[in-house]
Design a protein around this ligand. Sequence first.
Ligand SMILES: CC(C)(COP(=O)(O)OP(=O)(O)OC[C@H]1O[C@@H](n2cnc3c(N)ncnc32)[C@H](O)[C@@H]1OP(=O)(O)O)[C@@H](O)C(=O)NCCC(=O)NCCSC(=O)C[C@@](O)(CC(=O)O)C(=O)O
Length: 260
Amino acid sequence: MIKTEIGQTTPDRITVRGHDLANELIGQIDFVDMILLVTIGRRCEGNEKDMLNAIMVTVTDHGLTPSALAARLTYLGAPEAPQAAVAAGLLGAGSVFLGAMQDAAVMLREAGRDLTEDSSDEEVAKTAREFAAARRAARAPLYGLGHNIHVDGDPRIPVLRAVSERNGYFGRYWRLLLALDETSSTVYSRRLPANTAGAVGAMVLSMDLPLHLARGLALVGRCAGLLGHLIEDEQAPIGQELWDLVLRQDERNKLPGDPR
Ligand SMILES: CC(C)(COP(=O)(O)OP(=O)(O)OC[C@H]1O[C@@H](n2cnc3c(N)ncnc32)[C@H](O)[C@@H]1OP(=O)(O)O)[C@@H](O)C(=O)NCCC(=O)NCCSC(=O)C[C@@](O)(CC(=O)O)C(=O)O
């Protein structure tokens, strides 16, 4: 039997996780509750909603990132297919940009396997030093650390930390992430500041949610951001200008009207 436990439908009724969509969900729960309902089969509990809302707001947009550029260039070629442009913007959400939340969660769980919530700062710092040195030796990236723009610190980190603290989710994984940041300049050629991927990874781990939600929430949130870029592109398209800019920066390309 081909089936799903997520939703069922009849001619006059749709159920989602056993709830009547029309009579129990629409107009009665919000999108963050619905995300958890379809992904893990229950609505938010305790302080989860505040955490998840903060994650969704954080990942929605970051300006002309690789994901936004991919979406707007795809939209240049296929204005009839906004879904393709959004999909193009999500395809690059991988272990380097945007999707690294999941890689960071997996790495922090591995690095913190011998730590507990009661581990001392010294134990956390020692774990971070040894783990960073081992990653360096293996030439393996420290997921959740480093940034090509926010080289002196990701402005989103202090507020995501504060959200986690006020909701009781500032635990060993957050402490380990910050300890890795702290020790990075002694292991690498420069400081690798904790970044949003690391913070979201630590938050999803601390809430004991499935790690797929780390990258998954980034995909859901960025969908809205990419939609914003497409709507803006309707009024102020940038795709052609981007293409021309790239061509012109190589003098072997000449565009109509360019000086010979
Ligand atoms: C993010 C970036 C590529 C930046 O690189 P950079 O360009 O600054 O540095 P590079 O020139 O590559 O490296 C110079 C030297 O440092 C070494 N090095 C650098 N980082 C290192 C590291 N973590 N572990 C070990 N070594 C490292 C490297 O090996 C080299 O060593 P060497 O060859 O010996 O000189 C890099 O950190 C990285 O891969 N991080 C891990 C993946 C990660 O966490 N991604 C999340 C980024 S946040 C995000 O996704 C949200 C978003 O950005 C996206 C969006 O919105 O769409 C947003 O903001 O929302």
